[in-house]
Structure formats: C-alpha cells, structure tokens
Design a protein around this ligand. Structure first.
Ligand code: M6R
Length: 603
C-alpha cells in the first residue's frame, strides 16, 4: 500500500531525487513519509507525519550522497506517528530498512531479538526485520573477523534474515559503511529502473522514476537485487543462482502520469475515457479470439476482482449470459478461496484489476493455480504481479490511473469484457462495431456543458446523509459500483440495489427528499426499472434518472447514449462525475479519499 523509491547513481542529490519521486507515489499511501541518505560512511534518516506533497524538499537540507531511499506510509501495524514512519534503523544503527507488506511472525521474532538485547522504538513489524538483519550481519562480521561491511556480508545477512520471515514483502536495505543497496521481493511489487551510466532506481511503482528513465527490469517473487558499483546483480533467493533480466521499454509517457491542466487526477481520468475506451478496443483481434477460445474451452470460468473490479466481474456475468449464453462464476478475490473445491485442472480464472497487485485477487490466482486452473488477467499495469502470473494477459491500455477512485480502468475493463463476450459468441466484429460507436458517443457526451449539468444536480444534494442507486440486469452491478464511487469520494452513505429487491426491504429507507439514482438501459429491463423508480418516488424520493430518454418519473435527467449491450459503460460515467463534484462541494480531496489507498497490496 505504501510508496517506495530508491536511487543509486552518480548524482550527489540522491535524497532530493527520491523525495521528488516519492511525491509521484503519494496516491499510494499518505499518512507519513521518510528518507534515508547514505554517503558510504554514515546514513542519515529523516521522517515525518503528514503528506509528502506538502513538503518543500529544499528545506530539509539533506546531505549530499549518491545513494538514498524514501517511503510514504499507509499505516497497517501501528498508528500514524513519526516513530512508525519508515525508514527504520536497527538498535545499533548498522542497518536501515524500508518495507512494504506484512511480516506475519513478527511478534515471535521480536521476543527472540529482545532477549538478544535489541531495542525497539516503533509498533511496526518492519523494525523486527531491521534488527534481524543487524543480528545476522553482526554474526557474519564476527565469523569473518572483519569490521567492514562488504557487499557479500550484507547480502548474506539480508538473505539469512529474510529466510526467517513469514508473510509478503518488498524490502530495501542499506548498511552503515557500505554503499550497496539491496532490494528483495516476495508478494509486493518492486521494479528496477535503469538510468544512464550505472544509475539505477528501485520503486514500488514506475511513475516514481518514469521522469528519469523509460527502461525497467522486473523483480519477481523470491528474487533479490544488489546494486553497487558493479551494476545490478539479480539473485534467485531459493537457488542462489544469478539471474539474467531483460530490459523492457515502458510504452507510456511521463506526462501521462501528470495532472496537466486538470485540478485533480480523478476528473482528468474521467475525461480521458474519451480515448481510453477506444484504446481498449484496439486490441489485436487474435488475442481476443485466443482468450475467448480459452473461456469457451474451460471447465468452469471464474471472474474475480475486488471493489470496483469485483463489480465489473459481475457485469461480465450478465454480458456473457446475454451475449454468449454462457455461465460465469463471479467472486470477490477475498471470497474466492471458499470455492476452491470446485476448481479443476480445466477451470479458468480471469483476474480483473487495474493495478495487478491487489492482494486478495492475487491470492485467488494462487489458489486457482495450485488446483491446476489456467489463469488469465484483464489488467492495466504491464509487468504487475497478475500480469506475470497469468497464462494470458489482456492489457487495458488506459495509461496510469492515479486517483484512488477507479474510473477509466473500470470502463476499459467493461469494454474488454463486452468484446470477449461477443468473441465467445463468434460475433467479434459485431461487438467491435458496437463498442466503436459507443466510444464515439462518449466522446460527444463528455463536454463542459454535460459536466456543468451534473454539477448543478450535485449542488442540490450535497448536504444529504444517504442516497441510493437502483438498476436491473447489467445495470444492477453498476448500481453497486455507483455506490462505491459515491462512498469513497463524497463520504455520503450510498447503497446500490437491484430494482426488484426494493420491495423486500430497502424501500423502508426512502423518505422525503432521499436522492435515488435510477440507471436505465433501453432494453428488456426498462419498463421494470421505471416502475421501481415510481415506487421510490411515491415514498418521497428525489429521482435522478440516468438513461437514454427522459421519463416522467425523473426529477432530474442525465442523458446517456442508447448503446444496447454497452449500456453499463455509459451509465457509470455520469455517476463518476457526480461523485467527483459531490466530493468538491463537500470539501473532500477526490484524489485521496480518507482511509483508502490506490493499491491494496495487503490482505
Ligand atoms: O487495482 P485493482 O483494480 O485490483 O483494485 C481493486 C479495488 O481496490 C479498487 O477497484 C477500489 O475498489 C477502487 N478504489 C474503487 O474505485
């Protein structure tokens, strides 16, 4: 969940450089931050609570050095305090560590380390790793009868300590008196950026160093890299073998991860849907056909995702039922392991994700793989854990999505699922035609007048305590997704319901003035959802209709194009805009909702 970046190279401003990179990762974790600068002799650490975005880096007056690492924290173990912020220094000050992930056996290890005389200052699990590495290093130095920390001894100490840890992690380690950097990965992403003339970056996310290089090497699970004057040496921690890594060129530009003229990433990303839906369609048809063949052949297909991606999986279920007459099983990543008994060798799991790093979805993939199922992913981040694990990856090609609220990745995922459903029905051309027309209509729809109309509606409801969203058929999961969008950025209590369920309980929640959004498609569900809107209106609801035509029951109407089976793609967009403007009216930062982080890499 946290942001990690390190630099080792020729520039003597490593500290400033990593903090600049860290600011680009602020969307990943933002309750505190810290930096460690290593000049080869000593390591200075500075850490603070608060947002890194508010820091004037020059004020810190960091020492000149060509090795540094920085971290922005999203608290898991221990509250938001300066002591709990990373980097963490060991009791004797020999080792400094940055960590993402969770060490499951930290309490047990802590007890042993306390007995050996190590002292602890934070409530984090990370400090245990820091002291364990120090313990191993002290033993190794004694055994080698030397006082200087060589790269070999540091490597040995890190590996011996990591072998004792249970859990998932990404670590960056530096040692006093040594100018090498060690980075290790098990279950939490780390990418090495290759700069000019022996310059390297290590980060949890490419935007941290994209400004400096477009060349990367991916670290896989159970792999470690040591970076020093010799360059970057990759080691398989299980076999101790040296690994050869391919340098990969990133396809997106550094500007793609910037706000440009927009006030927030969220609205920039909403508006980008003019192009991203089209980009999602522009897939190699053979790739879509190959994926469709895998789905058609599978003995049980499971669509799995979390949060918004979980709701997209549900939309996929409707799309496949309607278009391809195919049954799909749908589960949230966290619930999937309960159904492991049904997974067979011929089964297929399709993991849907923006980041490709969501821990629960990754666990579902692991469970399915253990059972011999095939793995496929619809993912935005190339080189992410899901991409690397899957037998077949289809990229969303949406460009970096930085706002916590998923928008353009969501519609790209739905576009691809629609394409896949048509391909499974052997009607790929028809599907492409529909989606190309939809993309053109979205392009026309997303204009300043449209946004202003939705903002005017937001102004009428920004003080309410609760609101509801109803939908039927494919727009039922979109009602659930709409509720997530409203909750996470406006903090208004919002819930989504299937229109037909209203009478079975939720209707009791409606009172005079309660906003109720009705998502309407011009299909076989239209008459019934209008009837549901009439039911809530009769109890006093303020009905906001999102659909292709104005209906008598609507108090407000937000027009969306009539696009048949692509309806969920268009009904979600006005709700994204509504949520964004409600957030602004309620003085919330839509890019950084409270208590949430962009990439949920812990379970
Ligand atoms: O990166 P992923 O798509 O796997 O993330 C899954 C969810 O955490 C994510 O969709 C979350 O629900 C969003 N903040 C919703 O806007």
């Amino acid at each position: 969940m946290c942001g990690i970046i390190a630099y080792r190279g020729r520039k003597k401003t490593a500290g400033n450089l990593v903090l600049t990179g860290l600011k680009k990762l602020e969307y990943r974790g933002y309750d505190s931050w810290g930096v460690a600068v290593n000049d080869g002799e000593s390591i200075s650490v500075c850490k603070k609570t608060g947002k890194i975005g508010e820091l004037n880096i020059a004020d810190l007056k960091l020492p000149r050095a060509s090795l540094a690492m920085a971290h922005s924290r999203w608290a898991t173990h221990g509250g938001v305090t300066q002591k709990n912020a990373h980097p963490h220094m060991s009791s004797q000050g020999k080792i400094v560590v940055i960590h993402n992930g969770i060490i499951e056996n930290y309490l047990e290890l802590k007890k042993k380390l306390v007995k050996k005389g190590h002292t602890f200052h934070s409530e984090t699990d990370t400090e245990v790793a820091t002291n364990l590495i120090e313990e191993e290093l002290t033993l190794a130095l004694k055994k080698a009868r030397q006082s200087e920390v060589s790269r070999e001894l540091l490597l040995h100490a890190v590996q011996s300590a990591l072998a004792q840890l249970e859990g998932r992690y990404a670590f960056l380690v530096m040692a006093e008196g040594c100018d090498a950097l060690v980075a290790a990965r098990r279950g939490s992403p780390l990418i090495v950026g290759v700069g000019e003339k022996g310059e390297y970056f290590v980060a949890s996310d490419i935007p941290a160093f994209r400004k400096y290089t477009e060349h990367v090497m991916y670290l896989d699970d159970e792999e470690l890299v040591i970076i020093d004057d010799k360059g970057a040496e990759f080691i398989d921690m299980r076999t101790q073998k040296l690994l050869k890594k391919r340098i990969i060129k990133i396809t997106w530009k550094s500007d793609d991860a910037e706000k440009g003229d927009f006030p927030h990433f969220m609205i920039k990303e909403i508006m980008e849907q003019k192009e991203t839906i089209q980009r999602a369609i522009n897939q190699e048809p053979r790739l879509i056909q190959r994926a469709a063949a895998m789905i058609n052949k599978a003995f049980g297909t499971y669509f799995v995702g979390c949060g918004t991606a979980g709701k997209v999986s549900m939309v996929g279920n409707y799309l496949f039922s309607k278009i391809a007459h195919k049954h799909i099983n749908v589960e949230f990543g966290s619930e999937f392991p309960n159904f492991r008994h049904f997974i067979k060798k011929g089964s297929l799991l399709l993991a849907i994700s923006q980041s490709g790093e969501t821990a629960d979805t990754l666990e579902a993939m692991e469970v399915a793989r253990e059972k011999g199922a095939k793995l496929m992913t619809l993912v935005n981040v190339e080189g992410s854990s899901m991409d690397r694990m899957a037998d077949l990856s289809i990229y969303l090609n949406a460009g970096p999505e930085k706002a916590v609220a998923s928008t353009k990745a969501t519609t790209a995922q739905m576009t691809l699922l629609t394409l896949l459903a048509y391909a499974c029905a052997d009607r790929l051309d028809e599907g492409r035609k529909l989606l190309i027309e939809t993309a053109a209509k979205i392009n026309d729809m997303l204009n300043p007048r449209y946004e202003a109309h939705i903002r005017a509606i937001a102004k009428k409801i920004d003080k309410v305590e609760s609101m509801y969203v109803i939908g039927r058929g494919m727009n039922y999961p979109m009602a659930l997704e709409a509720a997530i969008k409203l909750q996470e950025v406006s903090y208004i209590h919002a819930e989504g319901f299937a229109g037909g369920e209203l009478k079975h309980g939720p209707l009791a929640l409606i009172s005079k003035g309660t906003p109720c959004i009705a998502l309407v498609a011009n299909d076989e569900t239209r008459a019934e959802i209008i009837s549901n809107a009439t039911e809530v209106k009769a109890r006093g609801a303020y009905v906001i209709g999102v659909g292709p035509q104005n209906e008598d029951v609507f108090d407000e109407w937000i027009r969306v194009p009539d696009v048949g089976n692509a309806s969920p793609i268009v009904t979600t967009i006005p709700v994204q805009i509504l949520a964004y403007h409600l957030a602004l009216l309620r003085k919330n930062n839509p890019d950084m909702p409270r208590n949430l982080a962009k990439s949920v890499t812990v379970k």
